[in-house]
Design a protein around this ligand. Structure first.
Ligand SMILES: [Zn+2]
Ligand SMILES: [Zn+2]
Length: 205
């Protein structure tokens, strides 16, 4: 069983992370969020057999190179069923569904809150989190209800993972589940009279 290889490409005006995930033994892989700068993505993918494009959610800064990448590689686009309202896609991914490329196995986690179509991909100790979880806080939410929803997603799907699970977010560098859960527990422990949402940081909210 190979260990997944993760290559992070921060691209475009928002430095939105595109990831190339691959199996070192078979050189098969997938592209996560073709955010911008298609030539950079295609260059990084040279030497890999790319099986599909995985979309974490349909915010435009995660999709700006989608058309060019799809056209150049001719590969299917996979995303949550609700993403079909925003993009043309080839396969809908349900919560808990398995995905594989080469010897790498992954599981789709449905984590609504930042958007209704947000999903993460878990493979062993690697979590591709999209905009659901960043170092220091959850993804941006548009209402107190959406904030409660992202907390349910985090508690139900992510904070139960082993501490050493590495979180690869849609923007910025990595954190770990252990670090994120510890910060979240401090956030939870503070008394609060008004609901928070928007850009929330665990330690200053
Ligand atoms: Zn987003
Ligand atoms: Zn984003």
């Amino acid at each position: 069983m190979s260990e997944i290889s993760v290559c992070r490409l921060p691209l475009g005006p928002y430095q939105t992370n595109c990831y190339l995930l691959s199996c070192p033994s078979t050189k098969e892989g997938i592209i996560v969020d073709p955010s911008a700068e298609p030539d950079e993505i295609l260059k990084a993918a040279q030497g890999l057999k790319v099986n599909y494009v995985f979309i974490t959610h349909t915010h435009f800064d995660h999709l700006q190179a989608l058309a060019e990448v799809k056209e150049s590689l001719g590969i299917p686009i996979v995303a949550h069923p609700l993403a079909a309202q925003k993009i043309s896609m080839d396969r809908a991914l349900q919560d808990g569904e398995s995905l594989s490329f080469g010897e790498i196995q992954g599981t789709v986690l449905y984590t609504p809150g930042h958007t209704p179509d947000s999903i993460c991909l878990l493979s062993g100790k690697t979590l591709i989190a999209g905009d659901t979880l960043f170092p220091g806080g959850p993804g941006k939410t548009g209402s107190p209800e959406a904030f409660q929803q992202i907390l349910r997603s985090l508690e139900g799907k992510i904070f139960g993972l082993p501490d050493e699970t590495v979180v690869y977010p849609g923007h910025g560098g990595e954190t770990t589940v252990g670090q994120a859960r510890a910060e979240y527990e401090l956030f939870r422990s503070k008394p609060r009279t008004t609901p928070v949402y928007g850009d929330v940081l665990w330690l200053s909210a």
